[in-house]
Design a binder for this molecule. Structure first.
Ligand code: ZN
Ligand code: ZN
Length: 246
């Protein structure tokens, strides 16, 4: 019986979708405003963007004229500096958008969020020339639970904009506990040796992609693994960054 009904169900499916759109119009995936899928103009305008000047390395905002070239004091003392840029602060509407994507599977947001970040890369010619875009991996178990890796979905948009391929060069070999409750030192220990390189990276310039940068320890661990495997240059870009109050 099910076999017989299949062509009928398939024929009706576009109608079903039209009826659903009528009953539940495609809405902004952040605030729910009707007819604004995936993101309304108000939410896009409310995203707390990070504007120049920023620290040359960690990308955190600085005070001063927009063309200021400056490396913040903590970055000057770090042994493992990594150039990172983010589209906006992990606050307000941007934080809501990242949560909707990550925890509620609102994959329609990948396009506008990835586009925002591609803008940042385009404005930062010194970020690094790249041969490939590398998503920060989830542990396979967590990716299976969620059904997708948000960093990889975002990496695809950045890749399309830059005309460079996405390469899954990293694997998460340890399922690290959630980092939300940890301080910077604990985070660093938590992700130590959590990543392994898969494939040849010798001489490559790589752009790491993640959704949120908190202390940067995950990105640094990824960069360290890629550099140890011979990558020539590694830098990183994220949708949002936690910016501590001054
Ligand atoms: Zn909205
Ligand atoms: Zn810095």
């Amino acid at each position: 019986m099910a076999e017989l009904l299949r062509p009928l169900v398939q024929a009706l499916r576009p109608w079903g979708r039209a009826v659903l759109d009528l009953l539940f119009p495609p809405r902004c995936q952040v605030c729910g405003q009707a007819d604004a899928f995936p993101l309304c103009g108000t939410c896009w305008a409310r995203f707390p963007r990070i504007a120049r000047p920023v620290c040359e390395m960690c990308g955190r905002p600085l005070r001063g004229p927009p063309d200021l070239a400056f490396t913040c004091v903590p970055c000057r003392h770090r042994r493992d500096p990594l150039r990172v840029r983010a589209f906006g602060r992990y606050e307000g509407a941007l934080r809501e958008a990242v949560h909707a994507l990550k925890y509620r599977g609102k994959l329609g947001l990948v396009e506008p969020l990835g586009r925002g970040r591609a803008e940042v890369v385009a404005q930062e010619p010194r970020l690094c020339g790249v041969d490939a875009v590398v998503p920060v991996p989830l542990h396979p178990r967590r990716e299976a639970q969620r059904g997708f890796n948000q960093a990889e979905e975002l990496a695809r948009v950045v890749s399309a904009d830059l005309g460079r391929p996405v390469r899954r060069l990293l694997v998460r070999v340890r399922d690290t506990p959630s980092q939300t409750e940890l301080d910077e030192d604990q985070r660093r220990r938590n992700v130590r040796e959590a990543f392994a390189v898969r494939g040849r990276v010798g001489g490559l310039r790589l752009l790491l992609v993640d959704d949120v940068v908190t202390t940067g320890s995950t990105l640094k661990e990824c960069a360290a693994a890629l550099r140890a495997a011979g990558a020539q240059e590694v830098c990183a870009v994220a949708v949002a960054m936690v910016v501590p109050d001054p």
